[in-house]
Design a protein around this ligand. Structure first.
Ligand SMILES: O=C(O)CNC(=O)[C@H](CS)NC(=O)CCC(=O)C(=O)O
Length: 320
């Protein structure tokens, strides 16, 4: 009998529930059955500069998640690698046609599972002359086709005085051109962001306006900013858009100079944390995507209808 564990959080207590599907044949069917809520898998990994080892670790988690009944598996920013210098980060990058994406499309096809690959280091169009990359969030369907790509719009150029955080993403990355429309998947309509984008509610509101039901922020948050802001920001985006929010994450030490906060998280449209991978280990949290919860939340408190964006922006214009 196959069992899977879902990590639920009730206030300060964490409970691990073991749920037994009635028969193992239900697992493959779950994504197609309208009577059961689909399962999403939010992964937490520790990428290093070793691409082979990272692929092996991610593949194991995707296989585990599929076995436990997931229809769609979410991997974090830098799932391919986290480089130890600007030069190494650039050197290891690939195009969409390279080995890495080809291996993941094969994996998706073989396991018949959808994948969200957050934060792929993608060589830009003018790589040969400018050596710049995009930070790309790629969606692959269960037939192994790339169905959507969003290129991170907000770059993390941040230096926190006295807090040991100093990163300049724009030194190697080009910002993406803008929003990618939400994509229909077996778990719902998924809107794409990446990591630092989480801090900009105008992106999540634009995705909500385009009918997103699930927002995704695959991340590699720093330990300092993660401890201060991560859960608050994710819950705020969920509450104000009334969407599920799924955020796969990097955890622990990538190399001598860099570590990540962890806590890959899943939040429901009411703002409740329904999955949390913790701050220590790699792993996967399986969560039910119950669209009735979303419909109830939006019906009871129709904030999207109450929104008066135009009023506030036009008053800004008139006051200069
Ligand atoms: O560098 C790579 O290889 C992959 N990219 C990242 O890890 C990015 C850019 S440096 N990290 C973040 O955006 C952290 C955001 C953050 O921590 C916050 O908003 O507080």
């Amino acid at each position: 009998m196959l069992a899977f564990s879902v990590i639920f959080r009730t206030q300060a207590r964490r409970l691990r529930l073991h749920i037994l599907p009635r028969t193992s044949s239900l697992i493959g069917e779950r994504c197609r059955m309208s009577s059961m809520n689909p399962l999403a898998a939010v992964c937490q990994v520790t990428s290093t500069p070793d691409k082979e080892a990272n692929f092996a670790a991610c593949k194991r988690l995707v296989e585990q998640a599929k076995k436990r009944g997931a229809c769609m598996v979410f991997l974090p920013e830098g799932f391919d690698y986290i480089g130890s210098s600007r030069d190494e980060t650039l050197e290891l990058s690939e195009s969409m046609e390279g080995d890495t994406i080809s291996r993941y499309t094969q994996l998706a096809r073989k396991l018949e599972v959808w994948l969200s690959l957050g934060g792929f280091h993608e060589r830009g169009e003018k790589w040969e002359s400018d050596r710049r990359i995009y930070n790309s969030h790629i969606i692959i369907n269960a037939q192994g086709h790339v169905v959507s790509v969003y290129r991170k719009g907000h770059l993390f150029d941040v230096e926190l005085t006295g807090k040991g955080v100093s990163l300049k993403e724009s030194a190697f990355t080009i910002p993406g051109p803008g929003l990618t429309p939400p994509v229909q998947t077996p778990i719902g309509k998924v809107g794409l962001g990446v990591c630092y984008d989480l801090r900009f509610p105008e992106l999540s509101l634009a995705l909500r306006r385009q009918e997103a039901e699930i927002l995704t922020y695959p991340s590699a948050f720093t330990v300092t900013t993660g401890a201060a802001h991560w859960e608050v920001l994710l819950r705020a985006r969920a509450i104000e858009t009334q969407c599920f929010v799924l955020a796969a994450a990097q955890v622990g030490s990538h190399h001598a100079k860099r570590a990540s906060y962890g806590h890959a998280l899943a939040v429901d449209p009411w703002g409740v944390v329904i999955g949390d991978c913790g701050g220590v280990e790699t792993g996967v949290a399986l969560v039910e995507i119950d669209m009735q919860k979303l419909r109830d939340t939006r019906r009871d408190m129709p904030v999207q209808q109450h929104r008066r964006e135009a009023t506030f922006y036009s008053s800004l214009d008139s006051t200069g």
